[in-house]
Design a protein around this ligand. Structure first.
Ligand code: ADP
Ligand code: MG
Length: 416
């Protein structure tokens, strides 16, 4: 890699070194090769296209699904002196015209585009006339129905890119590592021969545990667990808004400093509760899965699933919010098969294939919860990775050792 690229890493982004696979990825893209990046959340995917964009001639198109995050990224880039803009439905006609003229003047290094805007005829015409360096497809799992956030518009990207310029290099990035999603992405983008950079998804500092969910008993266990982590930050995920409220109340009655978070709360209340959690005014946030996107609190010490999640993929993403600082993170799930059945019933009005897909994801989730093998092995295997040895750091690994070493009767082991 040219020295210039490395010096821009420090000069513009302020990083003294590349992390993980960033260097070979940047290098690969700068050689105009199609590049497929699979890296866990927080690993630093944005830099893999932002740095090449800055050092390349022309404008890089970045396709990103979330309007809020798009604005955030553009603001951050502008703040470090990189000329970046976005095109999405929040802009007025005259604002988007201004963005377009900046791009045509050759000043813009990165243009973030919402998939809905990319498919608009006049935007396609405009992009044809601009000098484009490459196309980055962030959150590329949105292409796949097996991903956790399917966006039909994402499936049109490839044909539009082909209209803009057939030979444009593409970099696709995602934190979703299941082989099914990976295949879908590669097929849909005609990227079967792209160079693949896949990082390990093993989070060695996370302890995985599943306990049987038993009426009355589980609430007591929950309170006991939280009290044994007094003053530490934790997240509790529940399936419904009602459950979130109920558990938050339960914790508060038991002198635990907890706050609820779900989409049904007034935006101002929701925001305050989130801020209180981030600023440590509140120890525990009880939330639906609406909580967590883009949240980067490094010292979350535990994530509890009071209800079983809809997929192992979702479980991995949610538990991944624990121990971001590399220190202890305890991931505890309460499980009973009835919850799987309940989730399946929620899908009854969906189209047949969609429901079938959801059912398979749920079955995989149940298999994880009920497995006797090393949990980390199970999770990594789901992501197409092999762990040679048992991890020794999950309930199943610990339990096995206890039985062997202590010769405890099986009953006490099962109760643990
Ligand atoms: P992802 O998209 O993979 O979830 P981001 O691109 O949002 O991750 O990056 C996560 C964090 O890592 C950001 O705070 C970013 O500034 C930081 N980061 C990225 N690359 C580096 C690096 N080479 N050195 C230090 N910090 C980095
Ligand atoms: Mg990202």
């Amino acid at each position: 890699m040219e020295e210039k690229v490395k010096s821009e890493l420090k000069k513009i982004f302020g990083f003294s070194q590349f992390r993980g696979n960033q260097e070979p990825i940047v290098d690969n893209l700068l050689k105009d090769r199609n590049t497929f990046v699979i890296m866990p959340t927080g690993a630093g995917k944005s830099l893999c296209y932002q740095l090449p964009a800055v050092v390349s001639e022309g404008t890089a198109i970045v396709i990103s699904p979330l309007i809020a995050l798009m604005k955030n990224q553009v603001d951050q880039l502008n703040a470090i002196g990189v000329n970046a803009h976005f095109l999405n439905s929040t802009l007025t006609k005259s604002e988007s015209n201004r963005v377009k003229s900046e791009v045509l003047a050759g000043k813009t290094k990165l243009l973030y585009v919402a998939p809905e805007s990319l498919t608009k005829e006049d935007n396609i015409e405009f992009l044809k006339s601009a000098k484009i360096s490459f196309v980055a497809i962030d959150e590329a799992h949105c292409i796949s129905e097996w991903g956790h956030d399917f966006r039909p518009e994402y499936r049109k990207i490839k044909s539009i890119v082909a209209q803009i310029a057939p030979e444009l290099p593409i970099i696709a990035l995602t934190a979703t590592a299941t082989p099914k999603v990976q295949q879908d992405i590669q097929r849909n983008l005609h990227m079967e021969s792209a160079d693949l950079f896949k990082s390990s998804f093993n989070r060695t500092n996370l302890f995985y545990e599943v306990r049987a969910k038993v009426k009355n008993e589980t609430k007591k266990q929950l309170i006991k667990f939280i009290k044994s982590h007094k003053g530490k930050s934790g997240i509790i995920y529940c399936l419904s808004r009602k459950k979130v409220e109920e558990i938050a109340d339960l914790l508060r009655v038991n002198q635990i400093n907890a706050a609820p978070y779900h989409a049904g709360l007034e935006p101002s209340v929701r925001m305050k509760n989130q801020d209180d959690f981030l600023n440590e005014e509140v120890d525990v946030i009880v939330a639906t899965i609406a909580f967590g996107m883009g949240i980067d609190k490094p010292d979350v010490r535990y994530v509890i699933h009071y209800d079983v999640p809809k997929s192992l993929e979702g479980y991995y993403q949610e538990t991944g919010r624990a121990g971001r600082d590399g220190l202890e993170g305890h991931c505890l799930m309460f499980y009973r098969y009835e919850d799987i059945i309940k989730l399946d019933k929620f899908n009854k009005d969906k189209a047949v294939t969609e429901r079938e897909n959801a059912k398979i994801l749920l079955q995989e989730m149940a298999a994880y919860a009920e497995t006797g093998v090393c949990r980390r092995k199970f999770i990594l295997n789901y992501f197409g990775e092999t762990l040679e040895e048992d991890c020794g750091y999950c309930d199943n690994c610990k339990r096995e050792r206890e039985t062997f070493e202590g010769m405890e009767p099986l009953q006490t082991v099962l109760e643990a």
